[in-house]
Design a binder for this molecule. Structure first.
Ligand SMILES: Cc1cc2nc3c(=O)[nH]c(=O)nc-3n(C[C@H](O)[C@H](O)[C@H](O)COP(=O)(O)O)c2cc1C
Length: 395
C-alpha cells in the first residue's frame, strides 16, 4: 500500500518519495489555511488519514528544510488575492520527504491547491536557492528579508519578479506532464500561437524603438554642422529644431507602444501571461477533479471553470489593447511624413552647398534608411496587431 504513491520507475532515494508523473495532490482550506479537504492521494503520501488532515493547519506537512521566506512570500501573495506557485518540500508522518510543485488560488471562502511532481530544470535551481536562504535564516535573517532575498536570487537568474518565475515554471511543468492529446483538447496551443504573434509584434516595435534611438542624435549632428557652415547655419539650425520636436513626439508614441506597464504591447503581454497562467491552473484543477474518490472534485471543477472565465477576460483585454495599435502606428507614420519634409529641406540645403563635403549627405542617407525601415516595421506591426486581435477573439 505504501508504495502506491511512489513513482515505480524512479521511486526516489533514501527517505525521499518521488510522486508518480500523473498524480495530483489536492486540498482546500479556509482563509487561515486550515484544511477542509484533502484528496486520497495527498492523504496517502502524507501518511495521514483524512480525519487527521481535516481541521489541521497546512503546516502539518511542513518540512523543516523549507525557508520561512518562501512561506512569507506565499501568504503575502495570497492575502493580496494573488495566486501562487511554489516548489515545496513536504514531510510525511514518518519523517519521509516528497517535493511538489504547488499551485494555490483563492476561492470565495478560502484557498484551493493542487500539487504535481516537479520535473522542470527550475526545480534543481530552486533547491539551491532554498538551501542558501535557509542557511541565511539560520544565521538570523528574518522571513521578510528572506522573501526579499528569494526574489533577488530569482532576479539574478533573469526573472523580473516572482510572477515571471512562477509563470515560467508552471508553463514548463504543465508542458512536461500534459500529454499531447490533453494539450490538443485545450486552449494552450492557441495561447502559444498568440504568444508567438505577440513576440513578433514586440520585436517590430523594439526595432522601431532601437532605430529611433539611433536617429535621435541626427538633429545634434545637424546643429554641429550648422555651427560649422557659415551662411547655411540659420536654415540647418531650424531644420534640426523641427526634427527634434517631431522626433520627441514620435518617442512619446513609441512609449505608448512599448512601455512595460502602460504601453499597449506591455499590457497585452501582461494580459496574455495572466490568461495563460489561469488556463494552465484550470487545466491542472480539471485533471485533479477527474481523479477518483475525491469529495472536493466539484469544487475543483468549479474553480477550473472560474479560472477559465478569468482567462477569457484576460484575453479580451488583449484584443482591446490590440485595437489601439494600428492607430498609434498611423500616428507614427504621420510623423514620419512630417520628418520627410524636414529631410527634403536638408536636401535643398545640401543642393545649395553643392560640392562642399558638409556631411549633410550622410545625415540624409541615414534618415532615409530610418524612414524606409520604420515604414516597413510599422506596417508589419499593424498587421500583427490585427492578427492578434482576431486570434484573441477566438477564445
Ligand atoms: C491552500 C494552501 C496549501 C498549502 N500547502 C502547503 C504545503 O503543501 N506544504 C507546506 O509546507 N505549506 C503549505 N501551505 C502553507 C502553510 O499554510 C504554512 O504557511 C507553511 O507550512 C509554513 O508554516 P508556518 O507558516 O506555520 O511557518 C499551504 C497553504 C495554503 C493556503
Amino acid at each position: 500500500m505504501k508504495d502506491l504513491h511512489r513513482d515505480p520507475d524512479s521511486p526516489g532515494t533514501g527517505n525521499e518519495t518521488r510522486l508518480p508523473a500523473d498524480t495530483i495532490l489536492a486540498s482546500s482550506t479556509d482563509p487561515r489555511g486550515i484544511i477542509r479537504y484533502a484528496n486520497p492521494q495527498f492523504c496517502e503520501i502524507a501518511e495521514l488519514s483524512l480525519d487527521e488532515m481535516v481541521g489541521a493547519p497546512h503546516r502539518i506537512v511542513r518540512h523543516r528544510d523549507m525557508p520561512k521566506g518562501l512561506f512569507y512570500l506565499l501568504w503575502d501573495r495570497l492575502k493580496r488575492g494573488l495566486p501562487v506557485c511554489a516548489y515545496i518540500k513536504n514531510r510525511t508522518a514518518s519523517d519521509g520527504v516528497y517535493w511538489v510543485f504547488a499551485t494555490i488560488t483563492s476561492t470565495s471562502d478560502g484557498f484551493l491547491s493542487v500539487r504535481i511532481r516537479p520535473n522542470a530544470p527550475f526545480f534543481e535551481t530552486i533547491r539551491t536557492v532554498y538551501r542558501d536562504l535557509r542557511a541565511q535564516e539560520q544565521a538570523g535573517r528574518s522571513p521578510e528579508q528572506s522573501a526579499r532575498a528569494l526574489t533577488e536570487a530569482l532576479a539574478d537568474l533573469g526573472f523580473a519578479d516572482y510572477d515571471a518565475f512562477m509563470q515560467a515554471a508552471l508553463a514548463e511543468e504543465c508542458r512536461l506532464r500534459t500529454s499531447a492529446a490533453e494539450i490538443g483538447n485545450c486552449c494552450l496551443p492557441r495561447l502559444a500561437d498568440l504568444s508567438a504573434l505577440l513576440a513578433s509584434a514586440e520585436e517590430r516595435a523594439d526595432t522601431v524603438g532601437r532605430d529611433f534611438v539611433k536617429v535621435r542624435s541626427e538633429p545634434v549632428n545637424m546643429r554641429i554642422l550648422a555651427g560649422r557652415l557659415e551662411g547655411a547655419s540659420g536654415a540647418l539650425g531650424t531644420i534640426s529644431q523641427n526634427y527634434d520636436i517631431m522626433a520627441a513626439e514620435m518617442q512619446h508614441l513609441v512609449q505608448k507602444l512599448r512601455c512595460r506597464d502602460a504601453g499597449a504591447l506591455g499590457r497585452m503581454r501582461m494580459a496574455l501571461d495572466r490568461g495563460r497562467f489561469q488556463a494552465q491552473v484550470a487545466l491542472l484543477m480539471n485533471q485533479a477533479a477527474e481523479q477518483p474518490d475525491f469529495d472536493g472534485a466539484t469544487q475543483l471543477a468549479d474553480q477550473a471553470e472560474r479560472l477559465m472565465a478569468d482567462s477569457k477576460a484576460s484575453l479580451a483585454e488583449i484584443s482591446a489593447a490590440a485595437r489601439s495599435i494600428p492607430d498609434i502606428c498611423r500616428q507614427l507614420r504621420h510623423r514620419i511624413n512630417g520628418l520627410n519634409v524636414v529631410k527634403l529641406l536638408c536636401r535643398v540645403e545640401s543642393g545649395r552647398m553643392q560640392n562642399a563635403d558638409t556631411g549633410l549627405n550622410g545625415i540624409i542617407e541615414r534618415l532615409e534608411n530610418f524612414h524606409a525601415a520604420t515604414e516597413t516595421n510599422l506596417a508589419a506591426l499593424s498587421t500583427k496587431a490585427d492578427q492578434i486581435k482576431a486570434n484573441s477573439m477566438l477564445f
